[in-house]
Design a protein around this ligand. Structure first.
Ligand code: FES
Ligand code: FES
Length: 172
């Protein structure tokens, strides 16, 4: 049996220590030890993006990162997006634009879109599709996910936003 080691990181702003075997994957640590089950396990081969988390300002697929590689890291998962009981603008936008159906891909989509908007506050549709290409969705056809990112970008720039979804119709 391999020797266990302590790994320390910040998880959604909270100092966290875990004791793991060197072979343990970050997705398993997050879900089973830290009880952050937002990051999902889909393919476990870095294809689907369901396990996407932000690590030191980069999107990573937690099914292909060893927990020991997260030593000293700053990690953001979907659980860290809402603040003070208020949804993050992206979460609101996904709701307003009907950008999810079953929701399995959504935690990874939100974290990837969050990184995109950190890097490019006013992305073109082409840039959104390029940045989100590593996150697969079997339900939505992607169009409403693109709209949700555009909605968020407008909102974060202080512009009035209105959903394009016919059943929502709420202006904020
Ligand atoms: Fe990690 Fe699919 S579970 S990319
Ligand atoms: Fe079902 Fe994306 S909403 S996989």
């Amino acid at each position: 049996m391999s020797k266990k080691t302590m790994v320390s990181f910040r998880l959604n702003g909270k100092d966290t220590d875990v004791v793991v075997e060197p072979r343990e994957l970050l997705i398993h640590t997050l879900r089973e030890r830290c009880l952050h089950t937002g990051p999902h396990i889909g393919c476990e081969t870095s294809h689907c993006g369901a396990c996407t988390v932000d690590m030191n300002g980069m999107s990573v697929k937690a099914c292909t990162v060893l927990t020991v590689q997260a030593e000293g890291a700053d990690l953001l998962t979907v659980e860290g997006m809402a603040q003070g009981g208020e949804l993050h603008a992206l979460q609101e936008a996904f709701m307003q634009e009907h950008a999810l159906q079953c929701g399995f891909c959504t935690p990874g989509m939100l974290i990837r879109a969050h990184r995109l908007l950190q890097e490019i506050p006013d992305p073109s549709e082409e840039e959104i599709r390029y940045w989100m290409a590593g996150n697969l969705c079997r339900c939505t056809g992607y169009q409403n996910i693109v709209k949700a990112v555009q909605y968020t970008a407008r909102k974060l720039r202080g512009e009035a936003v209105q959903t394009s979804h016919p059943l929502m119709g709420e202006t904020r």
